[in-house]
Design a protein around this ligand. Structure first.
Ligand SMILES: C[S@@+](CC[C@H](N)C(=O)[O-])C[C@H]1O[C@@H](n2cnc3c(N)ncnc32)[C@H](O)[C@@H]1O
Length: 548
């Protein structure tokens, strides 16, 4: 029968509501190989149509031994039939598991096909091309008397999608623990599974070119998936770590490639066993990642095997491994509008949050964004050079192409303590300094005569002190509410109880400096702009009506 004789770990018996199933006859530790079995019927690779498949199945059944035929005919069949060919076909369709190197061949096994489904299964099946057998491994400890289950589903899905697929393909409703969660917990589980699925789609859409065009985005997606899998479905890690390996190796990062490959090996040992060729493949890749086909596609993240950091705390190591400092900051950020330097897209990455497609030559933004930073140093060296400090306190070089001493800019504003706003800023790798911003278009920069702090405060307080809710206004000077407040005569923005409050705010509260900015049409446009709707590049001065 092909089942390993030394493993009497289960019996095939009736399971209420499911027909027959496999039940553990002793405790089975996680990672144990429960079954390794050869198929009795296969669809084959050369099948061109359904009729040919029916004939092929019929012929194979006829050539089985009498015992095997009897067992085959006792297998579950959810399809109606009126003749023997349809009957065999129905049994095949109800039971076939994916096999072959590309998992595109259907095969029937006398034992493995008796295993029922659970969305939170305790075992997993995989085709072993070396043995020409299917293997079933325990993916968690299974207790004596517990039913052994696998998942019939091809991907991570929410409850409704799972229900629909199982109903359509196998004609049953799953009642496993995951499908029986109370509504609150079910919603929580669904939102994790939805996100895992969404990330799968992002990775799939990115394809091989996405590995080098948006590696940071991809790596942070896999990082998120790994964290979600750790609480939702540990087996998913078996797919996530090879993805992470591919991203690292495609970008020449040997240090991370080795680390990811080393993590794949024990996961494969647990789920597919040491005799599966995939294990040897990842053992070899852990030894020498350069043997992978993707090595050499890009050297953007070039590292050596000696660059794996030593002596870090586990969390610090994970931060290094997933390039988290920069990525999680961006991933956690809902607002892609006013960015820190770390959050800007890389010059040649054309990351999908910012750019419409990943085609390097013609990519155009799919949204607007800008970079705010306070000028801390100004100098000239062929170009206007500045050091600026961003909203996270990072100091970075900004180089601006102007050979007329900055005539494109209001010169009086190019000074320490003022804040530059740059549209569509991208991270540039300077040859002789730290990464920074290289600006070519004078219409993409505007300098406001306020510090970064003042500008940020202005953005926040604007709402509070300039609105009128049911006739009630708030004084920008003393903070008191009133109905007979007067507006600043210059900017017509903020309200004041009287001249005393206005004077106090003008002198001590900083309104003298901010009044100019509040009145500035560019500033006003920036606050109203629909940043996530791109219908052409914006330029300073911003024109009302264009994206606003
Ligand atoms: C491959 S067979 C599994 C073995 C089958 N129970 C038997 O008796 O041979 C697949 C069929 O088993 C049944 N089944 C599998 N998992 C089930 C579950 N969790 N709940 C109810 N029925 C299930 C469904 O009818 C499904 O179409």
């Amino acid at each position: 029968m092909g089942v390993t004789a030394s493993l009497p770990m289960f019996t095939v018996e009736d399971v209420p509501g499911k027909g027959k199933g496999l039940v553990a006859t002793k405790d089975i530790p996680k990672g144990t190989r429960i079954i390794s079995e050869i198929p009795i019927i296969t669809s084959g690779q050369d099948i061109r149509d359904v009729e040919q498949l029916r004939v092929r199945i019929y012929q194979q059944v006829c050539s089985l031994s009498e015992d095997q035929q009897r067992e085959f005919l006792s297998m579950y069949n959810i399809y109606p039939y009126t003749n023997v060919i349809d009957r065999y076909q129905g049994i095949f369709r109800t039971n076939a598991l994916p096999t072959g190197p590309c998992l595109d061949i259907g095969s029937v096994f006398l034992i493995a096909c008796r295993i029922n489904h659970a969305c939170d299964s305790n075992a997993t099946h995989f085709w072993n091309d070396n043995l020409n057998k299917i293997t079933i491994h325990a993916i968690r400890d299974i207790w004596k008397g517990e039913e052994i289950t696998i998942s019939y589903l091809s991907s991570c899905q929410n409850r409704q999608a799972r229900e629909e697929e199982l109903r359509e393909k196998f004609k049953f409703t799953c009642s496993c623990q995951l499908c029986s969660l109370p509504p609150d917990q079910s919603r929580e589980s669904d939102s994790k599974l939805d996100r895992i699925h969404e990330i799968d789609c992002i990775i799939e859409r990115g394809g091989v070119s996405g590995l080098v065009s948006s590696p940071r985005k991809m790596l942070s997606c896999v990082d998120e998936q790994v964290q979600l899998y750790s609480t939702a479905n540990e087996v998913g890690l078996v797919r996530a770590y090879p993805d992470a390996f591919q991203i690292a190796i495609a970008n020449g990062d040997l240090a991370r490639s080795r680390t990811f490959a080393e993590r794949v090996v024990p996961l494969y040992l647990m789920t597919i066993g040491s005799d599966n060729p995939n294990v040897a493949q990842y053992q070899k890749l852990a030894q020498d990642p350069t043997t992978h086909d993707y090595y050499g596609m890009s050297t953007k993240w070039k590292t050596t095997l000696d660059d794996i950091p030593q002596g870090l705390e586990p969390e610090e190591f994970e931060n290094w491994l997933w390039k988290r400092n920069r990525e999680t900051a961006r991933a956690q950020r809902q607002d892609l509008t006013f960015l820190s330097f770390d959050e800007l897209p890389n010059e040649f990455d054309f990351e999908p949050e910012y750019f419409e497609d990943c085609e390097v030559t013609h990519s155009q933004p799919q949204r607007h964004w800008c970079f705010f930073a306070e000028i801390v140093e100004v100098g000239w060296f062929v170009r206007l050079q500045m050091m600026v400090r961003d909203i996270r306190g990072a100091t970075i070089p900004l180089s601006f192409h102007t050979n007329r001493k900055g005539q494109e800019l209001d010169q009086s504003r190019i000074q320490k303590g003022h804040t530059a706003v740059i549209l569509y800023a991208v991270r540039h790798a300077f040859m002789y300094s730290e990464p920074g911003i290289r600006l070519e278009n004078p219409q993409h920069i505007k300098i406001f005569p306020l510090s970064l702090n003042e500008l940020q405060t202005l953005k926040v307080v604007r709402q509070k002190f300039s609105t009128d809710i049911g006739g009630v206004r708030i004084c920008r000077g003393c903070g008191k509410e009133g109905t007979s407040l007067k507006q600043c005569g210059k900017c017509s923005y903020f309200w004041y109880c009287d001249r005393t409050c206005q004077k106090a705010d003008w002198i001590d509260g900083g309104h003298k400096a901010e009044c100019k900015v509040v009145k500035d049409l560019d500033w006003q446009a920036m606050l109203q702009l629909k940043w996530d709707e791109f219908d052409g590049y914006l330029n300073f001065p911003l024109r009302i009506g264009k994206g606003v």
